[in-house]
Design a protein around this ligand. Structure first.
Ligand code: 5GP
Length: 193
């Protein structure tokens, strides 16, 4: 998506450890006009799918998911990151290894908000090693819901997540796919039609 690629080129900052900082428009300050274009593009790419719920993970996925949900006209459920090891109550849980923080945490969704009747589209900001997506997929699986696919804003294709999840049969649509990035050559995007 050219608009997004141009913005990443203009405002993205490549940091050590394969981290791309996009705090000025995606992860801290949020450009809602851009989010509307992202939401519209997700809707266009998943136009052939029936979606009853959008699932994301706190915190950065929530804003994007909410704007996208306006186009799909469905509710958003966000998986909460739990601080306690054992979560009580009627919840689905999964363990996720954090890419940015380098530790494991548990995510959870109440059984009230995900069930066998749901057709779920996952939306998230980044796809790196795929752990967040794997965790979210497990929640959908445990709920006996149908996983329609995953919409990602920025995929870093030089990390394994995208390949791994597509091999598992998940439909992953990424609006910008980064082939490589470093301070000398800048950010190289994969061409998409
Ligand atoms: P994964 O679980 O695929 O390894 O990583 C995905 C999660 O890690 C995303 O939800 C995002 O919050 C975070 N993340 C991964 N790579 C980056 C990055 O380059 N920049 C930022 N800002 N977040 C990232």
């Amino acid at each position: 998506m050219k608009l997004l690629e141009d913005r990443i080129r203009r405002d993205g900052k490549v940091r050590a450890g394969n981290i791309l900082k996009v705090d000025s428009f995606l992860n801290h300050q949020m450009d809602i006009d851009l989010f509307e274009e992202l939401g519209l593009e997700f809707k266009r790419r998943f136009a052939d799918c029936e979606v009853s719920k959008i699932l994301t993970i706190e915190a950065s996925g929530i804003g994007i998911a909410c704007i996208a949900a306006r186009y799909f006209k469905v509710p958003v459920v966000f998986a909460k990151k739990s601080k306690t090891k054992n979560i009580a109550g009627d919840v689905y849980t999964a363990k996720v290894e954090s890419f940015t923080h380098g530790r494991e945490y548990e995510i959870m969704v109440s059984k009230d908000f995900l069930g066998p009747e749901d057709k779920v589209l996952i939306i998230d900001d980044f796809l790196a090693n795929g752990n967040a997506l794997l965790g979210l997929s497990k929640l959908v699986e445990d709920a006996d819901a149908t996983l329609v696919g995953a919409g990602i804003v920025i995929e870093k294709a030089f990390q394994e997540g995208g390949k791994l999840l597509r091999q598992k049969g998940l439909r992953v649509e990424s609006l910008a796919i980064i082939e490589s990035m470093d301070e000398i050559n800048g950010i190289i995007f994969r061409r998409q039609d």
